[in-house]
Design a protein around this ligand. Structure first.
Ligand SMILES: [Zn+2]
Length: 479
């Protein structure tokens, strides 16, 4: 079987040009139909001309193919820092990083400076995306409360008219329960979800690291799992009441990280509540023992009975402790929590991956652990980290693609209908899942500092990203 990536155009190799593409024999995954297998894909003038499967049936369930073509990824949660902190990221650099990570739709969080709590701010974000020349679709959340101050609702109707895809005070929860209840109701009337960052602030003042052995040994202030799960429980209790009056109310819980949180959502979904949720790649694959210097994946840190292994007893500490790149909100949890997130992904409790791409400047990140701003600029390493789960036999490749495409599309009604329907604009990523690449400052497009995977080889080099029929990213040597 021969495979070729040929992206050619009279316009030359530049971002934004209309793409022609002839992919023969690549492993194609179409989550809209549930089909995968070797296929020929032809794109003409940016439009899917044909997708021809080369074998009958679903092409088998083997995940051992090299070149993979999938619909472009959708990120429900990214921080692009513009306006206000362009040293950490701009809309242009963030969209370039997204395309390098295989993402063609990015939902930007509104915790900029000032926050996106007015229609004019939404328009400004859109204008910056257009000016960047990137064909990656930028979607914006509006703040749930004015100035993200948690005191009064933002003008939700005005923001909805401006085209926001939901409302969130991310970076913070909507702490006041009554306000959160009203936000759910009014957003629901507008047909939009509230995206909550579930954190009970009463339990996280000064918190630095997941409450556990690593935090204790390192002398870091514990961040209890209950800070998240109690917030999840509150949100769900309020949602259950609000839907009685506003059946269109919807709640999306972002970056869930604990077993208890996942279980709350599982039960709520079983009860029929309109709730969806996402998990980040880092909460699936990294754990709090990394703060002490371990660098094994979450699933390697469990014993045969599903209990967390002791990295000190295992002599698993191979890096310096207190790497501030690992400071993140919510914090990296235990291997048991990571395993619960994996279970939630596999049984459909978790609808989508979201990167929570959170770039920071060197000044804000390369400092003492407890002083570092929380966040991992992970939109470019998301695919590689997730492929590690596939390589470990924990997640089928098709499920991974689903949770990056149709999962987020259905959860929040964004990103259209990911797939390869003939006649539709090509929106896809081509990656070599067996080709490992080095994560370092030279390979990343983000301006953000301190990726904890820096210096590591990850599988899944992205060769080509096409958004809306136009070139969004092309590996230098692939053209
Ligand atoms: Zn958050």
């Amino acid at each position: 079987m021969t495979t070729a990536v040929e992206a050619t155009s009279a316009a030359g190799a530049s971002i934004g040009r209309v793409v022609d593409l002839d992919l023969s024999g690549a492993w194609c995954i179409d989550p809209s139909t549930g089909r995968q297998g070797a296929a020929d894909l032809v794109v003409t003038d940016g439009v899917i001309a044909s997708l021809t499967w080369l074998e009958a049936g679903d092409g088998g369930a083997t995940d051992d193919q090299g070149l993979v073509v999938a619909p472009g990824f959708i990120d429900l949660h990214a921080h692009l820092r513009e306006p206000g902190n362009e040293g950490a990221e701009t809309i242009a650099s963030g969209l370039a990083a997204a395309a390098h990570g295989g993402f063609t739709t990015v939902c930007a969080m509104p915790n900029t400076t000032p926050p996106i709590d007015r229609a004019a701010m939404v328009a400004a974000a859109r204008a910056a995306a257009a000016a960047s020349g990137s064909p990656v679709t930028l979607l914006a959340y509006g703040a749930a409360t004015l100035g993200r101050a948690g005191e009064q609702l933002a003008p939700l109707g005005e923001l909805a008219d401006a085209g926001v895809v939901g409302f969130s005070d991310d970076g913070s929860p909507v702490h006041r329960a009554e306000l959160f209840r009203n936000a759910l109701a009014y957003a629901g009337m507008l047909g939009l979800p509230i995206v909550d960052h579930p954190e009970n602030l009463d339990l996280t003042a000064g918190a630095e690291a997941n409450d556990g052995l690593a935090a204790t040994v390192l002398g870091l202030k514990g961040w209890p799992g209950a800070a998240e799960s109690s917030a999840v429980a509150r949100d769900l209790a309020l949602l259950a009441e609000v839907v009685q009056d506003v059946p269109s109310a919807r709640l999306h819980l972002t970056h869930l990280s604990t077993a208890a949180s996942i279980e709350h959502v599982r039960r709520a979904k079983t009860a029929g509540l309109p709730v969806t949720c996402d998990v980040t790649p880092h909460h699936l694959a990294l754990t709090d023992e990394w703060l002490a210097g371990a660098r094994r994946w979450a699933w390697e840190a469990l014993d045969a009975d599903g209990r967390a292994r002791d990295p000190w007893r295992d002599a698993a500490l191979v890096a310096a402790p207190y790497d501030s790149a690992l400071r993140v909100n919510p914090p990296l949890r235990s291997p048991v929590d990571a395993r619960a997130c994996l279970a939630g992904l596999l049984d459909g409790t978790i609808d989508a991956f979201a990167t929570d791409h959170a770039p920071h400047t060197e000044v804000d990140k390369d400092v003492e652990f407890g002083l570092a701003k929380p966040g991992i600029a992970g939109i470019e390493t998301a695919l590689g980290v997730l492929l590690e789960l596939v390589d470990a036999g924990l997640v089928p490749l098709a499920r991974l693609v689903e949770a990056l495409t149709t999962g987020p599309a259905r959860a929040l009604g964004v990103g259209g209908n990911p797939g390869f329907a003939a006649g539709s604009l090509a929106d896809l990523v081509v990656f070599d899942r067996t080709d490992r690449w080095l994560v370092d400052a030279a390979s990343l497009r983000t301006r953000g500092h301190g990726n904890p995977l820096s210096g590591r080889q990850l599988p899944g080099r992205v060769l080509l990203t096409v958004a809306g029929g136009r070139l969004a990213f092309e590996a230098p040597e692939a053209g």
